[in-house]
Design a protein. Structure first.
Length: 437
């Protein structure tokens, strides 16, 4: 069969899809991966066939989100919804994360009926799907109009999630909220985008356009929000683009190595510690002879190599799956990709959650598993972080806990193991082909 993958136009959203895409291709299926022009080389680097949907700059109404009328209108709508809701915890925190982290971004990139900017992403996706005729479309859960392409070409389709499924939770909750509050609450913003995209191609909205005909969940930890949506679980296999390994990364080491990962997974976000605080943290960790620190970050972002402490090394790029097996601990902000990579290699972690939703839940799970520790960014000082890292390095129970997490991850089915299930689900959900005239 033919399988079309599509993802939000940043590398961190491609990486979780790559192992499943490769597994399908190795099973004899044709695979194509569609996203923005800017991601084509990343797709090629993963050994997959790229499909160019145009520059992501054309998908948006303005170059900067701060200037976007679409972003502002969505923010206004979300404020109205939030004012009508009176949510208990933890629902209030979940909704706050959804409305700040996901929904304005979706409106900015994927509004299909806008007047500003170039053709919407869904236009190019539907055009390719209708010409290539995939049997199955697998779409990144943050792309709210992708399912329309499956409907437009008669394919089955599945959402692909990793981490906590906040958007699935919000879609399910919105049904309950409307039942309680009535039509005055208005339409679910995810439903509004999917409805507009469907109308563009003469299609009626159906519920699966938001929640998928089924959901594939790449799992790195046995934690999830309360959901009714059916899920096909698959092991979260860490992937990062391969490349040259800098000298000295592999081979024997005199002291424990700590990886300090401060960037967002795609390198587009702000570092974990702002301004001079980042250098202060690096200096604190690098002080003394008891650990070596590797920071996957361009040296100039830390003032240049000459400014770095003796036992600190900044690397513009190093393949994460080559670096982590050499590490005794990983410090990061709580991204699912970083968490999964550490679990896969049995590396203890120190998580410094920022306001990204998954981080707090992953830190709680990490502590309960005995595989690491952490502290919120707001309460993190350089000396406290050094103390926490020292505890993880010195106490062997953290390494044992990380080993247990690794064993639990390995128990989930590998990508190749779910290929037969995907074949069967595709046969079950794909509409029958029209009879010949």
């Amino acid at each position: 069969m033919r399988v079309l993958f599509t993802f939000f136009p940043y590398a961190s959203h491609l990486y979780p899809l790559v192992p499943l895409a490769r597994a399908l291709r190795e099973a004899g299926h044709e695979v194509a991966v569609a996203s923005a022009t800017e991601e084509q080389q990343t797709i090629v680097g993963a050994g997959l066939r790229p499909v160019d949907l145009g520059s992501k700059a054309q998908w948006r109404d303005t170059p900067r989100w701060a200037d976007s009328p679409l972003w502002r209108r969505q923010e206004e709508r979300l404020r109205e919804i939030t004012a009508l809701l009176s949510l208990p915890e933890p629902d209030a925190t979940h909704w706050s994360f959804v409305r700040r982290q996901f929904l304005p971004v979706q409106a900015y990139y994927f509004t299909p009926d806008r007047r500003e900017g170039g053709p919407p992403m869904v236009q190019a996706l539907v055009e390719f799907a209708r010409s290539w005729r995939p049997d199955l479309v697998v779409w990144d859960f943050t792309v709210p109009t992708a399912a329309v392409a499956a409907h437009a070409c008669g394919a089955a389709h599945a959402r692909f999630t990793w981490g906590l499924d906040y958007l699935g939770w919000a879609a399910e909750q919105f049904v309950s909220w409307r039942r309680e509050l009535g039509p005055g609450l208005g339409q679910d913003p995810q439903v509004a985008l999917a409805t507009a995209a469907a109308a563009r191609f003469g299609l009626a909205y159906t519920r699966d356009m938001v929640l998928g005909q089924w959901t594939i969940e790449a799992t790195a930890a046995d934690i999830q929000l309360p959901l009714q949506t059916g899920r096909l679980k698959v092991r979260h296999v860490p992937y990062s683009n391969d490349g040259p390994v800098p000298e000295g990364v592999t081979g024997p080491r005199r002291r424990p190595r700590v990886c300090l990962s401060v960037d967002a997974d795609d390198g587009a976000g702000e570092p974990l510690f702002a301004g001079s605080a980042l250098f202060d943290v690096v200096a604190a960790l690098g002080r003394g002879p008891d650990m070596e620190v590797v920071v996957p970050l361009a040296p100039e972002r830390l003032g240049g190599e000459a400014a770095l402490p003796r036992h600190v090394r900044a690397l513009s790029y190093v393949p994460f799956d080559r670096l982590l097996p050499t590490c005794s601990a990983l410090v990061h902000y709580g991204g699912v990709g970083s968490f999964a990579a550490a679990v896969a290699h049995g590396v203890p972690q120190v998580i410094v959650p920022r306001d990204l939703g998954n981080g707090d839940a992953l830190l709680e799970h990490l502590r309960a598993s005995g595989a690491g520790t952490g502290v919120s960014e707001a309460h993190c000082t350089p000396e406290l972080l050094r103390t926490l890292v020292g505890q993880v390095l010195e106490d062997p129970s953290f390494r044992a806990g990380a080993g247990r997490l690794r064993e639990a991850m390995a128990a989930a089915p590998a990508p190749h193991a779910i290929v037969p299930a995907l074949e069967e689900l595709t046969r079950r959900h794909r509409p029958p082909a029209p009879a010949p005239l």
